[in-house]
Design a protein around this ligand. Structure first.
Ligand code: F6P
Ligand code: MN
Length: 330
């Protein structure tokens, strides 16, 4: 089986980018080890701090953020980084060619219940000149690489450099990421959806109707039964979609009118959209293709609907109709 380094060479990925990706892979091995030691290493539980988005930081959020920051600072090819756990962009190496946006530990509410978590990353080209937030505000279409590492029963990396989506599995014996799927393909059709149903009453009318039709099963307009899954870690839900198809959505809701979206564009939606598109799937907000959004701030949030191409199209067709009905408010 090919190693990650061998695959990047066979894809003729530029040396500087390959080095950066290998450094991210190495750091994820250390994160995997920290996650696996769990309570033994005293890394579970919360800190007393909140991140810029008002979420309580878990100890492992902070530890993994520091691990990635230190590795990217030592790396040499990174001009700057933006992280879910950093209020502002961080300047790294003046000569660096790339910007890295990351969610160091996605799904961190799963940590304390020993459930799925992962690291998500997106690599953009660094523009010339001074580094500031503006340097990062590039559409997802500009990404030169994106991926995640899932700390599950096995540690797996999903990666794209724009040449399809590949899966690598960490071999515990050799410590190498080995290529275990060189051409991930999302089935175009599916009978499985992923959504946090507890927010149902807060969704917009198109999503209410779409999900209601799925729930009607064989007696509804879709004339088939649908299954539901929700891992509460985007990384886990998207991995399932890449493995066996499905539609995953965290739609617009009016639970808190000041915060109509949950997932972050730069280090959650964009990298996942790149992986999904490269695997033959689609990713949209309901009204706009995720990777075509012009970001306005690094911690911007967006609605996300992604996965099996035909099912995403079906969901989008509901959004194209005239829904005059207001979402329910309780
Ligand atoms: O990072 C945000 C996140 O944890 C995602 O990984 C996940 O899909 C979502 O939030 C879960 O949200 P909720 O707790 O509302 O189910
Ligand atoms: Mn996250």
């Amino acid at each position: 089986m090919q190693t990650l380094a061998q695959t990047l060479t066979s894809q003729a990925v530029k040396d500087s980018l390959a080095q950066l990706l290998l450094s991210l892979a190495d750091t994820s091995k250390a994160i995997s080890s920290a996650v696996r030691h769990g309570a033994l290493a005293g890394v579970l539980g919360a800190t007393e701090q909140e991140n810029v988005q008002g979420e309580t930081q878990k100890k492992l959020d902070v530890i993994t953020n520091d691990m990635l920051k230190d590795a990217l600072k030592a790396e040499g090819n990174v001009r700057g980084l933006a992280s879910e756990e950093e209020d502002y962009v961080v300047e790294v190496s003046p000569q660096g060619e790339y910007l890295v946006c990351f969610d160091p530990l996605d799904g961190s509410s799963n940590i304390d219940i020993n459930s799925l978590v992962g690291t998500i990353f997106s690599v953009l080209p660094a523009p010339e000149g001074e580094l500031n937030e503006q340097s990062f505000l590039q559409a997802g279409r500009q990404q030169v690489a994106a991926g995640y590492v899932l700390y599950g029963p096995s540690t797996m990396m999903a990666l794209t450099t724009g040449q399809g989506t590949q899966f690598y599995t960490l071999d515990p014996e050799s410590g190498e990421f080995l290529l275990t799927n060189d051409n991930v393909q999302i089935t175009p059709d599916t009978a499985e959806f992923a959504i946090n149903m507890s927010n149902q009453r807060f969704w917009e009318a198109p999503m209410q109707t779409y999900i209601a039709d799925l729930l009607l099963g064989k007696i509804g307009p879709r004339e088939q039964s649908f299954n539901m899954r929700w891992i509460a870690a985007m990384v886990g839900d998207v991995h399932r979609v890449l493995c066996r198809g499905g539609i995953f959505t965290y739609p617009t809701d009016n639970k808190n009118p000041a915060k109509p979206f949950k997932l972050r564009l730069m280090y959650e939606a964009n990298p996942m959209a790149f992986l999904v598109e490269q695997a033959g799937g689609k990713a949209s907000t309901g009204y706009e293709t995720i990777m075509d959004i012009q970001p306005s701030e690094i911690h911007q949030r967006v609605a996300v609907i992604l996965g099996s191409r035909n099912e995403v199209d079906m969901c989008l067709s509901y959004h194209g109709e005239d829904y005059s009905q207001e979402p329910n408010i309780d």
